[in-house]
Ligand binder design. Structure first.
Ligand SMILES: NC(=O)c1ccc[n+]([C@@H]2O[C@H](COP(=O)([O-])OP(=O)(O)OC[C@H]3O[C@@H](n4cnc5c(N)ncnc54)[C@H](OP(=O)(O)O)[C@@H]3O)[C@@H](O)[C@H]2O)c1
Ligand SMILES: *[C@@H]1O[C@H](CO)[C@@H](O)[C@H](O)[C@H]1NC(C)=O
Ligand SMILES: *[C@@H]1O[C@H](CO)[C@@H](O)[C@H](O)[C@H]1NC(C)=O
Length: 262
């Protein structure tokens, strides 16, 4: 059991709190959600009756003094607005903020979690990097990260790549999904059917990779009947350089993430 404070309880902060409450193996003994506005605090108090929500500086200070875990979940540019006095804090600071490095975080025990919006639906991915965190606090942090879906530990130097693949990845998948949908509609499928089919095809394909643990290329080859429809479509994608374009999109997003930290 640990006391938890969430500094900046917006989209990501509340997604992680919901995930902890639903799926973490260890639950917090207390939760304090800190927002900027009174209106957000009032809304969160209704949404999370087991937590305390506040925008008051005094209450924030008191909560941090007794907390064991502080999750920083505001927008990266808001970090400096917080007037973060964590000098007396001797727990773990966990940052969800893109582009904020471990060395830029206050305190001595620190972790960075990169996750994504599917976390809101229990299907998130999380990558975690640590600095100065004890074995038991690492396990607790991995439990928190894993509650959004799946979590892996990576070295901090790989965080920009993870930001690109994990954080931006859903948008890249949505573009592909939109294209599948458009293709279906082009060939006469009703909109509802095309939307459902495009989403289900991506979900199902992801499930095949997760369950078989095969390389995607192996599964792809199994779908191709010689002389059939699938290999024909795949060659069109290769002609257009889709594979390279998607891989380079991850590279570009990682480059941009790296430029934010400077
Ligand atoms: N959204 C995503 O898809 C996504 C994906 C991966 C990572 N992230 C990371 O997650 C972090 C949070 O993003 P988000 O989309 O969840 O942001 P958000 O919804 O805008 O939430 C920001 C929260 O911080 C609070 N806040 C801002 N300034 C404050 C201050 N000075 N004092 C106290 N509270 C303050 C806001 O309170 P009010 O409600 O009162 O304004 C709000 O609760 C970002 O750093 C981002 O890099 C986001
Ligand atoms: C908890 O995990 C289940 C199963 O993985 C998932 O369906 C559910 O959405 C998760 N709940 C939250 C709030 O993340
Ligand atoms: C990313 O940055 C590297 C190093 O600066 C550069 O060589 C590469 O071309 C960049 N990638 C993209 C997609 O712009």
């Amino acid at each position: 059991m640990y006391d938890l404070v969430v500094l900046g309880a917006g989209v990501m902060g509340t997604a992680v709190v919901s995930a902890i409450l639903a799926n973490a193996s260890e639950k917090p003994s207390s939760i304090v959600l800190v927002t900027k506005s009174e209106a957000s605090a009032a809304r969160l108090a209704k949404q999370f009756p087991m937590a305390t929500a506040t925008n008051k500086h005094d209450e924030k200070r008191k909560a941090i003094a007794k907390a064991h875990i502080v999750i920083l979940a505001c927008k990266p540019y808001q970090v400096h607005e917080f007037d973060l006095d964590l000098s007396l804090f001797n727990g773990v600071v966990i940052s969800l903020c893109a582009g904020v490095t471990l060395s830029q975080l206050p305190g001595s025990a620190k972790a960075k979690i990169m996750t994504n919006t599917p976390a809101k639906f229990g299907c998130g991915m999380a990558t975690v990097a640590f600095s100065g965190v004890s074995e038991s606090d690492r396990a607790r942090t991995m439990d928190i990260a894993g509650s959004v879906g799946e979590a892996v530990e990576i070295p901090e130097k790989n965080m920009d790549a993870a930001t690109a693949l994990v954080g931006s990845g859903p948008a890249f998948c949505l573009l592909m999904m939109e294209a599948l949908y458009d293709g279906g509609v082009r060939m006469g499928l009703p909109h509802d059917a095309a939307r459902l089919a495009a989403a289900k095809v991506m979900e199902g394909t992801a499930k095949m990779v997760l369950e078989t643990k095969e390389h995607p290329a192996v599964l792809k080859s199994q779908v191709c009947t010689p002389g059939g429809t699938t290999i024909g479509g795949l060659l069109k994608l290769e002609d257009a350089g889709v594979r390279g374009a998607i891989a380079r999109a991850v590279e570009e997003a990682a480059n941009i993430s790296a430029s934010f930290a400077k």
